[in-house]
Design a protein around this ligand. Structure first.
Ligand code: SF4
Ligand code: SF4
Length: 602
């Protein structure tokens, strides 16, 4: 029998006074990445030193995170451009509650594209220093868009060029993701611009399915999915989820952020998704004083449509260009603001204790690895990057809602699962595992989950078995995509999450080193989201190198011959089997070129 004595020692307690050296005992902190680069653990208390960027010249500068007036701040000084102080959280205790619930870093990739990186983020793409593997991979299909949103500058009209890969490039970008080791990317999101206006969108979805991606989604404004036939074909090609831009529940709000009254279109999209069997995640870009008052309404809208909407990913707007400290303080919206707004506007999730950083799911991945012997996809981003809460919606007329943490002691369960994973690994190393260990481990995992489940507080109709069905769906997309899963085993749930992309004011290099959301780019590299879209702005460097001036694109007499229009075979012939390669301009050249003065989202 396994000795789980130390699991008892790891009992989760809110009181941190028993932590050894200010650190929880359950943390498993690797010392090196898979490529041998040292990993420095994120500190457990404030203040601490890190590195950031000068917002004016994007040079790497020393930074300090600290508490003052019950808030969390970052400060830094650039020799040339002076002192900057940025709000990280408006509430110290809510921030620390999330910041300190973690289980240890990841180890990145064992076949980095840049094998000898020394300086982050200058040596990007993906390098030996990176601490996480890809959890969500983005592939941009075009920078063209059928909208002109005031909060977006990443479209062809603003950029002045069209950047749209042909099928040879798309396949190569997808293959680069599948080739990553030890964990190939399995979840892909097509992005842009508006990716659905790529002339071969459905073919690309089918291609990614054939290449082994187990979850395929598209970040979209939804316009094309308001056409039933388009939605049906996308589902048939293998698309699972629409990551649907959705800034509010009323036209006046949508108009402020998107310059269009588009609420009816969004309703139509959701209706079509329901009819064809696609899932929807709402993606509100939050701008303080513009739509933060609708956080609760957006959640209620999702609850009303929980049969088709599976989640919400709130994304606070990022700052670009120069913006003074007073204006930043007025406009800055953080993950803590989101937690406070959800508590105030819905009463469903307490700001402190109800949210967990995204990386807290890693014990389940470690358990899966220990049982299967195969490396599993693990979320190990920095706790400042994102957090989430699970809501369970009773399938009745009233649609009453409970937060998972109301009836399941999730934190204690995660700590016990982490202990179990470690114990199984030790056991396997000692005697080679075997069926006995497997059976015992699965039984023990079940008993841990049952121990922390409080049936008397659970929503109606949620048996322990159905709870397991929900958890299975979350950890295994193949289970979630089985049409029977939603009717037989599961229960209507909504994952409410926040992802706080960085801008040069709050940039933390320890965050970007742990980034889990990556871009497979046309230059053959794989960039973390916050280096591609912010800070060094690799996007501009890559796109400018492989693009057609917008005037040339518009004047092209025969758009049927534009590379993105032609078949993969023809595109391959045109380039004689040689994929395009790009020499990137130097960092200095790039920062000289970057002169965007627009305030908007990443
Ligand atoms: S962000 Fe990651 S991949 Fe890019 S330079 Fe830093 S450690 Fe390397
Ligand atoms: S995209 Fe930015 S905010 Fe999200 S995990 Fe990566 S570094 Fe963190």
């Amino acid at each position: 029998m396994l000795n789980l004595g130390h699991a008892k020692k790891w009992k989760y307690e809110e009181d941190h006074s028993n932590w050894e050296n200010g650190r929880p005992p359950w943390v498993e902190q690797p010392k090196k990445t898979h490529s041998g680069h040292p990993i420095h653990e994120i500190p457990w208390s404030l203040p601490y030193h890190t590195q950031s960027l000068c917002p004016e010249c994007t040079r790497v500068v020393k930074a300090r995170k600290f508490a003052e007036d019950n808030k969390v701040w970052m400060e830094k000084t650039c020799k040339e451009h002076g002192y900057f102080k940025e709000l990280i959280s408006p509430d110290l205790s809510v921030y620390m509650d999330m910041f300190t619930f973690r289980f240890g870093d990841g180890q990145g990739v064992s076949n980095p594209i840049v094998p000898d990186g020394k300086r982050c983020p200058e040596d990007c793409g993906i390098c030996n220093m990176h601490h996480s593997h890809t959890a969500l991979a983005n592939v941009d299909l075009t920078n063209r868009c059928d909208m002109t949103c005031p909060v977006c500058f990443a479209n062809a009209n603003a950029a002045g060029y069209v950047c749209e890969p042909d099928l040879v490039d798309v396949r190569r970008m997808l293959q680069n993701l599948r080739d990553m080791k030890p964990v190939p990317a399995k979840v892909v999101q097509f992005a842009g611009g508006e990716p659905t206006i790529h002339p071969q969108f459905h073919k690309i979805v089918a291609m990614s399915k054939e290449m082994g991606f187990w979850h395929i989604q598209v970040a979209t404004n939804g316009k094309n999915f308001s056409n039933y036939e388009f939605a049906r074909k996308a589902k048939e090609a293998g698309l699972h989820t629409l990551y649907l831009q959705f800034d509010g529940v009323t036209d006046d709000v949508q108009f402020k952020t998107r310059a269009e009254k588009i609420m009816d279109t969004k309703r139509k999209v959701i209706e079509n998704a329901r009819k064809v069997g696609l899932r929807v995640v709402l993606v509100p870009t939050l701008v303080k004083s513009v739509n933060d008052h609708q956080v609760g309404d957006i959640i209620r809208f999702a609850i009303e449509n929980v049969d088709v909407i599976t989640g919400i990913s709130f994304q606070p707007v990022c700052f670009t260009g120069r913006i003074n400290e007073k204006n930043r303080l007025e406009k800055r919206y953080t993950m803590t603001h989101l937690a406070l707004d959800v508590e105030k506007q819905t009463g469903l999730v307490p700001a402190k204790g109800g949210w967990l950083p995204l990386g807290c799911t890693s014990p389940f991945s470690k358990l899966s690895e220990a049982l299967s012997g195969e490396p599993a996809m693990t979320i190990t981003c920095h706790p400042d990057c994102g957090n989430g809460a699970y809501l369970f919606v009773e399938p009745n007329e009233k649609k009453e809602v409970r937060s998972l943490t109301d009836f399941f002691d999730l934190r204690a369960a995660l700590v016990d699962i982490q202990a179990l994973a470690q114990e199984i690994r030790k056991k396997n190393a000692k005697n080679g595992g075997g069926q006995g260990v497997q059976l015992f481990s699965k039984a023990k995992a079940l008993s841990i989950l049952r121990k922390h489940y409080r049936p008397s507080r659970a929503p109606k109709g949620l048996s322990f078995r159905r709870l397991l069905g929900v958890l299975d769906g979350y950890k295994d997309k193949e289970v979630a995509h089985n049409p029977n899963h939603h009717t037989k085993n599961a229960y209507p749930t909504l994952f409410v999450a926040g992802m706080h992309f960085q801008d040069p004011y709050n940039y933390d290099i320890e965050r970007v080193k742990r980034c889990i959301i990556h871009y497979s780019a046309r230059d053959g590299r794989i960039y973390p989201f916050c280096t591609y879209n912010s800070g060094p702005y690799y996007r501009e460097r890559v796109e400018e190198s492989i693009s057609v001036p917008i005037g040339v694109y518009k004047n092209q007499a025969d758009l049927d011959q534009f590379p993105s229009q032609v078949s993969e075979e023809d595109a391959f012939k045109v380039r004689s089997g040689t994929p395009s390669t790009v020499a990137l301009p130097s960092m200095t050249q790039q920062s000289e070129n970057h002169a965007c003065g627009t305030e908007g989202c990443c």
